[in-house]
Design a protein around this ligand. Structure first.
Ligand SMILES: [Zn+2]
Length: 60
């Protein structure tokens, strides 16, 4: 299923965490909201970087 979930393009500058919205602008700062897929960063995935590092190592 296609999702139109968007995230504030500059959330890292304006917010403590990603601000998601279904519209094209951030509801909190009014800035551009961009398509969130693939998610550039998942704040709930604390082990994502560790897992990606393992994957990179496995490919080398
Ligand atoms: Zn914002």
């Amino acid at each position: 299923m296609h999702s139109d979930l968007r995230v504030c393009a500059s959330w890292s500058e304006h917010h403590d965490r990603p601000v998601y919205t279904l519209t094209t602008s951030c509801p909190e700062c009014g800035g551009d909201a961009v398509n969130s897929a693939p998610a550039p960063y998942d704040p709930t995935d604390r082990y994502g970087e560790y897992r990606r590092a393992l994957k990179r190592r496995a490919q080398e």
